[in-house]
Design a protein. Sequence first.
Length: 307
Amino acid sequence: MAKQLLVAYGLWALGGPLGLHHIYLGRDSHALLWLLTLGGFGGGWLWDFWHLPGWVAAANGAGAPGDRSGTVPALSPLRLVGQVTVGMYFGLVAALGLPWVPALLAQPLAVGLGVQLVSSVGDQTAEAPHTLAAAFLASLLFQGRVLAVLPTSLAASVAAQRHRRYKPRGMPQPRLAARLYHLGLACLAFAAPLACRGLCGAAGLLGTLLALPRATTELLLLPFRASWLLAEGPHSPPQCIPLPSQVLGLPMGSSAEDVHRSYRELVKVWHPDHNRHRAEEAERRFIALQEAYEELAGPRRAAAAAA
């Protein structure tokens, strides 16, 4: 079925950044590149406007060259720049979306695939093994660091340019459904790691947002809590429980006679009957004296009885 230039321009205007016009013209590699880079970062989509007539003519078989086996395509600086740029872009996406995969594996693979995708745009392609091998070797030299995407992409692009060739002509093209299926799988493989990383980040952000109301409530209640603490007044520090000898006013290790004498003197002083004006304090002191005396004199009396 012949391709119409007007339809191609319409698809370019409606979905050019998504590569709809390339899908219509059977340029699936170009379409996939546009899908993953949103029309070559915008600039490539505008550049397509002047090339659509030639691509429509090529899709209709007009002016198709004969057998080009054995010939090497001319070196294209524009394609080289695109290979380096897209290779770096794919490497950075892999670093962001696949942090759990070793960098020495994810980065060169992503860079090599990006360079190979640009190499396969149009009627050209490159030897994928050479492109990937150059990417892995360059990444190994730089230990897979994030900043290594530039030299890795440059090495893979140079290897792709050295092993460029024309695509074989006359190959039957799959049906549209199969082509869209393959494009969808490729887009899913590219976007799934980024989507997973985005969902993890969104979950963390959601947890933070859910904690905000509680933190706001605590902040609003802070003045009321401070007022309540001030109204309670200062808390008296816990008092130490005096030793029995201290209650009786004796040093440690005093004799039984000293304990008995001090007890009798203090009991007379703090007996409740003699302190009616301070009955509560006298009763408390009187009980403390009795307990201290029993604790000190009791073991001594028991030892004396046993002897």
